[in-house]
Ligand binder design. Structure first.
Ligand code: KG4
Ligand code: ZN
Length: 339
């Protein structure tokens, strides 16, 4: 790399059901391509189908990312990939591709933790000038696989201070949606139907979890019992009450997240808040987080939607920071399903 030229990082993401590739130059996005997989709409993510779709998508997705970035393969300085956590077969596709590419190009390989990368999405730069959060901040990472409160003291200095004891918040949305006959991923559909609903119509129990940890499996069970009981009595129940069911479930999940987020910030004396992960696209979560932080006089950082759901720009961002910290991975690095 000639002195003074930007560090070009190719990021590759394949942990779940999106094949993604992105190119960043010194943290600035040159391209960010995501190939979704519609094969999961009916049943939710089927690991075997996901791996096969990744195999089909990986080469064209990376090619598209390079084309959009306007660079050639030889311009890549670092190859970063998601090492885990995620579906092992899906991770393997990205890992094998990234390792082979790094070897063929003779360029360094960097292995990225997907959940930390969601937090580092705050530092991605694009044309819209946004301020990155100042350290320390508390990040609420909410996705389909993870729900964590993280104390972030530096780009590579993170401590999990609260976590779900069972299901992730996104999983609660997705499972609730499935019960209502909505397709996968259900979170965005719940969000949409909830707009016309009355969140007070149905009562769900508040989980009693001490400290900063959370639980969402009880809500799912209570919601399932409520729906099944009413549906058995009246077959048109879901059709009639859909917006209210969605609004009630959504408000409940968001309320738990906001209570824990507030407690976390108070407990650690932190006044800068970040939210990341796919569920941060939720409109109620966004408005409630905005309200809470305004009320408390805190600063809120919400990355744009494209960097909230699974994407490779965050993997490339993490790759940039890890590379600069000297964290180069061996070409024999294997994926890890559980971090
Ligand atoms: O971060 P992400 O793309 O993948 C994981 O790492 O899991 O998050 C996907 C999750 C899914 O559970 C999806 O239902 C949820 O994010 N999600 C939403 C919304 N958009 C995506 N949940 C609620 N409201 C939304 N608008
Ligand atoms: Zn994710």
């Amino acid at each position: 790399m000639p002195p003074g030229s930007p560090l070009i990082v190719l990021g590759i993401e394949s942990s779940c059901d999106d094949t993604a590739a992105a190119v960043l130059a010194d943290g600035r996005v040159l391209s960010n391509v995501v190939a979704g997989q519609d094969v999961h709409a009916r049943w939710g993510v089927v690991p075997e189908l996901a791996s096969r779709a990744h195999q089909e998508h990986i080469v064209p997705t990376v090619q598209e990312a390079l084309r959009k970035a306007g660079i050639a393969r030889g311009d890549i300085d670092v190859v970063a990939f998601t090492q885990g956590p995620g579906l092992i077969g899906a991770l393997l596709v990205g890992a094998c591709f990234a390792r082979s590419l790094a070897q063929a190009l003779g360029k360094p390989l960097v292995a990225v933790d997907h959940v930390r990368a969601h937090v580092l999405a705050h530092f991605i730069r694009d044309d819209a000038e946004r301020e990155s959060p100042r350290f320390p901040f508390i990040n609420l990472t909410v996705s389909g696989g993870h729900t964590q409160l993280v104390l972030v003291r530096g780009p590579l200095d993170m401590m999990v201070i609260g976590t779900t004891l069972d299901d992730a918040a996104g999983e609660a949305f997705d499972k609730g949606a499935k019960l209502l006959g909505l397709s996968y991923p259900g979170g965005p559909l719940i969000d949409r139907h909830a707009r016309d609903g009355d969140a007070d119509r149905f009562h769900l129990p508040m989980p009693d979890v001490p400290g900063l940890d959370m639980s969402f499996s009880g809500i799912k069970t209570a919601f399932a019992q409520l729906v099944r009981k009413e549906q058995a009595r009246d077959e048109s129940f879901i059709g009639r009450e859909l917006p209210h069911l969605c609004a009630s479930l959504q408000r409940h999940i968001v309320r738990i997240l906001m209570l824990k987020l507030r407690d976390a910030a108070h407990a650690h004396g932190v006044s800068t808040i970040g939210i990341a992960g796919g569920v941060s696209a939720n409109s109620l979560l966004r408005s409630e987080a905005t309200r809470l932080t305004a009320q408390e006089g805190w600063r809120l950082h919400l990355p744009p939607f494209a960097y909230c759901t699974d994407n490779a720009a965050m993997i490339a961002m993490a790759g940039d920071l890890l590379f600069r910290a000297g964290r180069i991975a061996g070409l024999d690095t294997v994926p890890v399903a559980r971090w």
